[in-house]
Design a binder for this molecule. Structure first.
Ligand SMILES: Cc1ncc(COP(=O)(O)O)c(C=O)c1O
Length: 382
């Protein structure tokens, strides 16, 4: 290994959203989705150079950055995009909200499949749309997938937008070509715009290809708003750089209109970090995947062997484990485990009552300590 993912970095007193709330307590934070690893040295070097330039004026993407993103889509996914399809954003949550504002009108409905990343549930309401959340089905207790009958039943002519998370946070599925094709066809046939949040697409842990939804066909591309960012993959969410890819000129104009005057520009460090990550971060990413895969395997076997009453399903992507703790019969699982020294994300915010989400994007020794605390929490119940 060229890069050291075992190194434990003290994040206290750094204004960390994940660690800050627990600084003076013996609680290991494993909720917020950032990783406890250093960013790639290639990115740090680019940022250092940008700092040394010492002029931090308003920024715009350089031609080099645009070429890098276009090249990344072609090289990694065989997806040819045009530079003008890219709309830069300071974060993807604003992208989700802008999308809800850009498509349809107040009073229209936005569909999504739950459990899901909480902003998918709040963005429609923020934009005065009705939220229609359709539960994913867990086939055979191990494979989360869409409930086609329920989608069909819940759809109405007021449904204008579907928010898709692919790969999926929190269930960790990489939906396959057939599933995505069927969902895209479902949307096309009903005049529903498809927003495909693919922020986790470079964090696939198994040998499964990522197929950008919009790469499936020109018709699907014309009906899709894709959201991507280097932030999850390269651990740069604090830099604030993301982008939408919108092939349809009409949808793109509506998106620009919806963000006008409200969504700020990306800053100089966001752009510099993004370019360095995509242009030179691939060796780091490869080693990261290797490390996360081992962490994933560790979590999976630990849950199976050491945590009776806790269940999980195969985690194909992300550094997030979606743990089913319903059999433990706890009223407030997050609080219970916090009392045993580990902070987790509450499934309720994902529309997944009875589940908790554990972030394993950390050095193995931190993960082991967290899992020991989880075990103590489970043992305390017997
Ligand atoms: C599916 C998904 N979309 C968006 C985000 C966050 O995007 P940003 O930090 O760029 O707002 C996350 C973060 O966990 C996520 O899981």
């Amino acid at each position: 290994m060229t890069y050291d993912f075992d190194r434990v970095i003290d994040r206290s007193n750094t204004g960390s959203e994940k660690w800050g709330p627990f600084e003076d307590q013996d609680i290991l934070p494993m909720p917020v989705a950032d990783m406890d690893f250093s960013a790639p040295p290639e990115v740090i070097e680019a940022l250092r150079r940008r700092v040394e330039h010492a002029v931090f004026g308003y920024a715009q993407p350089t031609q080099g950055l645009v070429d890098t993103v276009v090249g990344m889509c072609r090289a990694r996914y065989g997806w040819t995009i045009e530079p003008e399809w890219i709309v830069w954003l300071p974060g993807l949550v604003s992208g989700i909200n802008v999308t809800c504002r850009a498509v349809g009108n107040p009073g229209d409905a936005v569909m999504t499949a739950v459990p899901v990343y909480p902003p998918f549930l709040t963005a429609p309401r923020n934009m005065k749309r009705e939220l229609v959340s359709v539960p994913l089905r867990c086939e055979g207790g191990s494979r989360w997938t869409f409930d086609w009958e329920e989608l069909e039943r819940r759809w109405t002519s007021a449904t204008r937008l579907f928010l898709l998370c692919q790969p999926h946070n929190p269930v960790g599925r990489v939906f396959d070509r057939a599933e995505i094709e069927r969902l895209a066809a479902f949307c096309l046939e009903r005049n529903i715009v498809l927003c495909s949040d693919e922020i986790h697409c470079d964090l696939i842990l198994d040998a499964i290809p990522h197929i950008p939804t919009a790469a499936l066909s020109p018709e699907i591309a014309a009906n899709t708003i894709t959201l991507m960012a280097p932030s999850k993959t390269f651990n740069l969410p604090g830099l604030g750089c993301a982008f939408a890819i919108i092939p349809s000129p009409k949808l793109r104009a509506a998106f620009h209109q919806a963000k006008a005057g409200i969504v700020p520009q990306v800053g100089v460090f966001g752009y510099a970090g993004c370019e360095a990550a995509y242009a030179r971060g691939e060796p780091w990413r490869q080693e990261l995947i290797h490390y996360l895969r081992a962490n994933r395997d560790y979590v999976t076997s630990f849950v199976r062997d050491e945590l009776p009453g806790v269940h999980t399903t195969p985690i194909e992507a992300t550094y997030l484990a979606w743990l089913d703790v319903r059999d433990l019969g706890l009223k407030d699982p997050v609080n219970h485990f916090k009392e045993h020294g580990i902070a987790l994300s509450d499934g309720r915010f994902f529309d997944g009552e009875g589940f908790v989400r554990l972030n394993f994007g950390c050095p193995r020794q931190t993960l082991q300590a967290g899992l020991r605390r989880l075990k103590a929490g489970v043992q305390a119940l017997s």
